[in-house]
Design a protein around this ligand. Structure first.
Ligand code: AHM
Ligand code: MG
Length: 335
């Protein structure tokens, strides 16, 4: 089996980018170790504080953020970083070439119930004249990503990565502390009979999304003509990993609980990196109206509606939205 570093040396033309990914993996191996030790490493439970999004942080959210930040901030190749858990962007080496954006611990509501969580990252290039003390330097569309990936902390620790040349999967052998290539050129099946959505939000969705789900739930006797299965782990990394393994569609659409927010998930820490992995594996990714990676961001913490996975199913969801150009008449009250 091929080790991660020689694989990257061969497939990624820029050695500085390889070093940045290597640095990230150092921090992720540390996180994996702490997740594995669980209660014995004192990482479970709440940190009793809120992040910039107003969400209650878990201890492991804070620890993971600090570990990744510490490693990246010390790397000459890194000009700046932005994290879901940090209010502002963090400038690093002004002569660095890369900007790293990350969700240090996605799905953190799952930590205390011993269910899969993960780290998601996105790497952008920075022009020499850009100043990473300004958020504007980070506001690049997903198409500009030079690498994206996630590390999944589950029964095994897995890395799924793209540097723009396919999506590849690696497994961590904890006995030697190395990632090894286990799935080269992952391909998502074009069609699917499996969907992932938090159904409890049904009454808050827009009408096209409700109609799509209504039709899908009718199974083989409805307009879709097939019976679907549903999964919801509440951990995007686990969800996207399943889709990269056997197909499916993942959805976290707009809902009216907090009408001023266009979605729950974040464009730059979750939407864009996952879209790159999915597209590089032959899948599609959309906001229901726009192609995710074509969006020009206006805020590093920008939220977005997310639909991604098997290409035909994403097309179907988008079609339901295109067919409905009328604003929704049903506006349930937020909680
Ligand atoms: P987080 O980054 O704060 O962990 O939130 C993102 C997570 C996703 O992993 C998951 O798809 C979603 O939130 C689950 O949300 P919900 O609890 O509403 O089902
Ligand atoms: Mg997240």
């Amino acid at each position: 089996m091929q080790r991660l570093r020689p694989f990257l040396d061969k497939h990624c033309p820029n050695p500085d980018l390889v070093s940045v990914i290597d640095g990230l993996m150092l921090a992720c191996k540390d996180i994996a170790n702490r997740v594995q030790l669980g209660i014995f490493s004192g990482v479970l439970g709440s940190a009793e504080q809120e992040n910039i999004q107003g969400e209650c942080q878990k201890k492991l959210d804070v620890i993971s953020n600090d570990l990744i930040k510490m490693v990246l901030a010390g790397m000459p190749q890194v000009k700046g970083l932005a994290s879901e858990e940090e209010s502002n962007v963090v400038a690093c080496n002004p002569d660095g070439q890369y900007l790293v954006l990350f969700d240090p611990l996605d799905g953190s509501s799952n930590i205390d119930v011993n269910v899969t969580v993960g780290t998601i990252f996105s790497i952008l290039e920075s022009a020499p004249e850009d100043d990473a003390t300004y958020e504007s330097s980070f506001l690049q569309s997903g198409r500009k990503q030079v690498a994206a990936g996630y590390v999944l902390y589950g029964p095994s620790t897995l890395l799924v990565l793209s540097t723009g040349n396919g999506t590849h999967g690696f497994a961590l052998d904890p006995r030697v502390g190395e990632f090894f290539l286990v799935r080269e050129n992952i391909q998502i099946p074009t069609t699917t009979k499996e969907f992932a959505i938090n159904m409890s939000n049904y009454r808050f969705w827009d009408q096209p999304m409700q109609r799509y789900i209504d039709d899908l739930l009718q199974g083989e006797v409805g307009p879709m003509g097939k019976r679907y299965n549903m999964r919801w782990i509440a951990s995007m990394v686990a969800e996207i990993h399943r889709i990269l393994t056997r197909g499916g569609v993942f959805m976290y659409p707009y809902d009216s609980r907090e009408p001023q927010k266009p979605g729950k998930l974040r464009l730059m820490y979750e939407g864009n990196p996952m879209s790159m992995l999915v597209e590089q594996a032959g899948g599609k990714s959309s906001t229901c109206r726009d192609t995710m990676m074509d969006i020009q961001p206006h805020d590093i913490h920008q939220r977005v509606s997310v639909i991604m996975g098997s290409a035909d199913e994403v097309d179907t969801v988008v079609r339901y939205h295109q067919e409905d150009t009328k604003p929704t008449s049903k506006k349930p009250k937020a909680d």
